[in-house]
Each structure stands twice: as structure tokens, then as C-alpha cells.
Write a protein that binds this ligand. Structure first.
Ligand code: HEM
Length: 223
């Protein structure tokens, strides 16, 4: 089917959501694995960051792809939400949702909160316009270990990240299951299992991310 028709059809738009969601999920898993190298100490995470930056200009191709995936995911998410709302112009008198979860009903809000977090996060660690003063190692390579540790020793940053990771948990706990529903690999028997799997995956990812600001804040990751 040509791209134009795909974007114009409701199913096509859902497929776009699923495809971009899958890319972003892959990034989140890879990013967590990279970030966990902080537990190897300053040398571990700084070596990881150095290797990553040595991949330039490939890194920029990857970053632009990621930006496009985020942009399309947000755009189609807003369009789908507006379409769902206009399909039901009169709200239900009594809102009962026997089969839908809180995470499922609030996807647009958790998604927009995450997009806001990503904006702040880029200002914090990528562009380094907010946060504590940065020590440079050589050239334009910051001391990534100190940058993260110095930030999360401050309650404001630690709490903001813990809150954002809680939102991430909600978004993935529904989004992961949606991926499979859109692709059709699901039925009445597998549905409850998929819900459980989705929540487990979301807990593992969110807990992995949350451990970093929490352990640093309580002084368990030493400079
Ligand atoms: C404790 C949690 C996190 C830590 C410590 C962390 C750390 C970092 C650092 C150090 C960078 C800069 C990489 C560099 O340019 O050298 C970065 C970039 C980035 N992070 Fe995170 N991150 C966390 C959570 C997240 C989450 C949950 C998301 C997405 C939902 C995310 C999305 C991104 C994106 C999109 C970039 C830009 C990638 C790039 O510049 O190539 N991060 N993060």
C-alpha cells in the first residue's frame, strides 16, 4: 500500500504507532543497558560514552532517526486520541471501564509527560544547559560519570527522574501489550498473559532506570 494511503487509513496510523513505538522501546532497552555501566564506576560509563561518541557521524544518523520516531509517535498518538474522542462525541454518563486499565486510558497523558521529560533530559545531559557544572575530560567529552552523580546527589533532579520513570512504567505497561495487539499476534487466551508480561517488562525497565538516581542520591554510587 502506498505511504499516502497508509497514513490516511485508521489501521495504517495504528501500524505507524506500533512501528515507531517498537523503535522507541528498542532504544529504551539499549539506553538502560548503557546507563547501567555506571555501576562499573567512572571508567566504565566514561568508556561507554567515549565509544558512543566515536561512532559519529553515524551517531547523528541514529539521533535523527530517533527524533523522527519520537515526532511521528507523538503526532499519531495525538491524532488517534482526537479520532477516538470524536467517534464518541457524548461522553458516557457513568464511566465504567471493566476491561481497560488506568495505564491504557491515560496513554496520551503519560506520552505527553514523557515527551516533556525527554526535552528536559536532552537539555540536562545532551546539551548540558541545565544541571551542575560539568568537568570536561578532553576536547568536548564531558566526565559523564560525574555529570550524572553530581546531578542525582540533588533531591530535585533525583525526584524528577524517579517521577518520570514512574510515568515510563505506566506508558510501557500498556504500550508493550498494544504492540502485539496491533500486530494481531494475540487472542482471548493469550490476552491476560500479555498484560502480565507487559507489566513485568515495564517494571524491570523502570526499576533499572530508577535505581540510578535512587542509589546515587543515597550515596551508594561513590565518586
Ligand atoms: C536514570 C535515567 C537516565 C539516565 C542516567 C540517562 C542518561 C543519559 C545520558 C548521560 C545521555 C547523554 C548521552 C550522550 O550524549 O553522551 C542521555 C541521552 C538521551 N537519553 Fe537518557 N538517561 C536516562 C533515562 C532516559 C529515558 C527513560 C529516556 C527515554 C524515555 C531517555 C532518553 C534519552 C535520549 C532520547 C537521549 C539522546 C540520545 C543521544 O543524544 O544520542 N533517557 N541519557
Amino acid at each position: 500500500m502506498p505511504l499516502k494511503h497508509l497514513i490516511r487509513s485508521a489501521v495504517g496510523r495504528k501500524l505507524f504507532m506500533a512501528a515507531t513505538g517498537f523503535i522507541l522501546f528498542g532504544f529504551v532497552v539499549a539506553h538502560l543497558l548503557g546507563n547501567l555501566s555506571i555501576y562499573l564506576g567512572a571508567d566504565g560509563i566514561n568508556a561507554y560514552a567515549r565509544h558512543l561518541h566515536q561512532l559519529e557521524p553515524l551517531l547523528w544518523v541514529f539521533r535523527l532517526g530517533l527524533l523522527a520516531a519520537v515526532g511521528l509517535h507523538v503526532l499519531f498518538g495525538i491524532i488517534l486520541t482526537l479520532e477516538n474522542r470524536s467517534a464518541r462525541p457524548v461522553a458516557y454518563k457513568r464511566k465504567k471501564h471493566p476491561r481497560s486499565s488506568l495505564a491504557g486510558r491515560t496513554m496520551i497523558y503519560s506520552g505527553l509527560l514523557l515527551a516533556t521529560f525527554i526535552g528536559l533530559h536532552l537539555l540536562h545531559f545532551t546539551f548540558r544547559t541545565i544541571g551542575p557544572q560539568i568537568e570536561m575530560l578532553n576536547g568536548d567529552m564531558p566526565n559523564v560519570f560525574r555529570m550524572i552523580v553530581d546531578s542525582f546527589r540533588q533531591a530535585g533532579y533525583a525526584l524528577t527522574y524517579v517521577a518520570a520513570m514512574t510515568v515510563l512504567f505506566f506508558h510501557i505497561s500498556h504500550g508493550f501489550a498494544s504492540l502485539f495487539q496491533t500486530s494481531g499476534i494475540n487472542n482471548e487466551v493469550t490476552l491476560p498473559w500479555l498484560g502480565r508480561l507487559s507489566r513485568t517488562v515495564a517494571i524491570i525497565l523502570a526499576a533499572g532506570f530508577v535505581s540510578i538516581p535512587v542509589l546515587i542520591f543515597f550515596g551508594l554510587v561513590i565518586k
